[in-house]
Design a protein around this ligand. Structure first.
Ligand code: GUN
Ligand code: FE
Length: 422
């Protein structure tokens, strides 16, 4: 059984189906009504593939294949802090928990330990693609790229740019240094993976308060010259938004306009959070074609607020899910999915908001927000009791609400088996 999101909110169930994937990870045949024998005697000869060199994976009756998860926003460097945030909110959380840890990863042996673990852990939860923030350190960021490549995880690798606001021990000394170091990381990724088949550099202004106007100007130019993706944070926390207003009084007056002024809102921009966007800002984001990473675990944990996902979708903005480790406490995209369901209930319960029932996100929609990648195999065993009488729709719902890495038996990226649960 193969389950995937056909359009947002609509899952397709393909039972008794064989899917043929070539060594680049491209699906080359979808063959309905195919059992193992038919696959071996009919499908393989049709494809001209030899049984000796073709791996065949079959699933048990309760198991299914599912597209890999895309984590559209997480900080690989903050993984050791997952679950550690106390009662902090964004700006004091950064100073107390985040900057000291990120700075410490300039020690490469520590970076190696942390990055190896976060890659293994996210893969075990079925994350086949991750949009990573690393740190300001070039060597450690390049190490993250190398480790993703070696483990076979598809990733965006972001060297963090910040030339203000941070503590003196963790800052780029000038916009020029920030750009030079960013270019070094871009070059490294392109050397290792020239066609960006698995890893891609991503231009990463940490967030507007940590970037001077000259730095953002140059990062916008770099994005234009290279056509590379951009990732940043937007409108996460009310104090942060007020700070942006004070720091950039001339750049349009809103958070989104600040980024737009510097050419940072492109169709390849991932904007994490977007909790408190105004109507006008959302219209601008939509006009520029930028995308939003919804990070419900993080927004609840550090009390940032409840993002209105239905409203963003209605605006025509594309939304994906992010774990935002370690603002978020869990590396699991499935956990982000169920927290997104719950946050949408809270948005619905909030009387000040219109839309009511429509605000609620469905299991089918949630699955659509996090999938569509290479192949992951999920299984309804592990942590989920399946009694056998459930419909497939019910099995998916039980998995979304109760599943974890124990349900993820095998994970492939580009046709390569990158994780197997034993
Ligand atoms: N804004 C600026 N930096 C960060 C970060 O590391 N995490 C989150 N959640 N928001 C940020
Ligand atoms: Fe973040």
């Amino acid at each position: 059984t193969f389950i995937h999101s056909k359009t947002l909110g609509l899952l397709e169930y393909l039972h008794k189906t064989a899917v043929a994937v070539n060594s680049l990870g491209t699906v080359v045949a979808i063959s309905p009504d195919t059992d193992l024998t038919t696959a071996q005697t009919v499908l393989l000869p049709q494809l001209g593939w030899s049984p000796d060199t073709t791996d065949i994976t079959t699933a048990k009756p309760n198991q299914f294949f599912f597209p890999g998860f895309i984590d559209t926003h997480l900080h690989a460097s903050q993984y050791p802090n997952a679950g550690l945030f106390g009662n902090s909110t964004l700006l004091d959380w950064l100073n107390t928990y985040t900057f000291p840890l990120e700075a410490s990863l300039s020690e490469l042996s520590k970076a190696k330990k942390v990055y190896s673990r976060v890659i293994a852990k996210t893969l075990s939860h079925g994350t086949t693609t991750a949009a990573y923030y690393a740190t300001i350190d070039v060597a450690a960021t390049n190490l993250l790229a190398d480790l993703c490549l070696a483990s076979g995880q598809r990733a965006l690798i972001g060297r963090v740019c910040m030339d203000q606001l941070g503590p003196s021990y963790y800052l780029d000394e000038s916009p020029g240094e920030s750009i030079t170091k960013t270019k070094q990381c871009i070059e490294h990724v392109l050397q290792q993976d020239p066609k960006m088949e698995l890893i891609t550099p991503v231009i990463t202004p940490r967030f507007a308060p940590a970037c001077s106007a000259p730095l953002m100007t140059q990062l916008g130019q770099l994005a234009k010259e290279t056509n590379l993706p951009i990732q940043t944070h937007i409108s996460e926390n009310k104090n942060e938004i007020a700070l942006v207003g004070r720091l950039f009084p001339d750049a349009g007056g809103s958070y989104a306009e600040v980024y737009d002024t510097f050419g940072l809102l492109t169709p390849k921009t991932i904007l994490a959070h977007a909790v408190h966007l105004t109507d006008k800002e959302a219209d601008l984001v939509r006009e520029r074609g930028s995308k939003v990473s919804h990070c419900p675990c993080s927004n609840s944990a550090i009390a940032s607020g409840a993002a209105r996902v239905r409203w963003l979708l209605d605006k025509g903005i594309e939304v994906g899910l992010g774990t935002d480790v370690s603002g978020g406490y869990s590396v699991s995209v499935l956990e982000a999915a169920r927290q997104a369901v719950l946050v949408s209930r809270h948005v619905c319960m909030d009387e000040g908001r219109s839309g009511e029932e429509r605000e609620k996100l469905s299991v089918e929609e949630l699955v659509g927000l996090c999938e569509v990648d290479s192949d992951e195999e999920g299984e309804e065993e592990g942590n989920v009791d399946v009694f056998g009488w459930e419909s497939w729709e019910e099995r998916v719902a039980k998995w979304v609400y109760n599943g974890d890495d124990r349900n993820t038996k095998k994970v492939w990226v580009r046709g390569r088996l990158v994780h197997e649960r034993r």
